[in-house]
Design a protein around this ligand. Structure first.
Ligand code: SF4
Ligand code: SF4
Length: 162
């Protein structure tokens, strides 16, 4: 399986599941899609190679290079079926501990997501399982492992400053 095929499969696993059984966006006005400062729609860093799934130009996003990868910045609400993988797994994130990959609540979600304080156990188990399956699939790829290791280092740096 190629990395692109892994990405497509991971995105597919997360096409319909959401953090809660009902629409959690109603809790918070879809806070993870907007900048808390100015309310502007935000974007997300794409996983390695995910850029290939997006056209260079679109009415609802712009693509920007960032730290050797690519960030998709929304200019309007996305068609849900096209949202990036990072949006599909939020507020969870893959994390490396003692050489093993696990899925945890992303500390970066703390300022915006009301689910952060309740932790992983408050989330729909079907969502947690789907995120774990998707990230386990990516973890088979050396490129994705490097990327997840980088995410882990970013999280560690952030949590040390809290
Ligand atoms: S901020 Fe949290 S609760 Fe709100 S839509 Fe995003 S994931 Fe759901
Ligand atoms: S791609 Fe969609 S889900 Fe992700 S931040 Fe933009 S509007 Fe929100």
């Amino acid at each position: 399986m190629t990395d692109l095929e892994r990405l497509v499969k991971a995105r597919e696993l997360l096409r319909d599941v959401t953090p809660l059984k009902h629409d959690c966006g109603r809790l918070c006005g879809a806070a993870c899609c907007a900048d808390p400062q100015d309310g502007e729609l935000l974007g997300m860093e794409l996983f390695p190679g995910e850029k290939a799934l997006y056209a260079p130009q679109s009415a609802w996003y712009k693509l920007y290079p960032a730290h050797g990868s690519c960030v998709l910045v929304c200019t309007q609400e996305c068609p849900r079926g096209e949202r990036p993988l990072a949006c599909r797994i939020f507020p969870l994130v893959p994390y490396v501990k003692k050489g093993r990959m696990l899925v945890r609540v992303d500390p970066c979600s703390a300022p915006v997501c009301p689910l952060f304080a309740q932790g992983k156990r408050a989330l729909d188990p079907a969502f947690v399982t789907a995120v774990t399956q998707a990230m386990t699939l990516l973890w088979e790829s050396p490129v994705m492992r490097d990327y997840i290791q980088g995410l882990t280092e970013q999280i560690d740096a952030l949590t040390q400053t809290l």
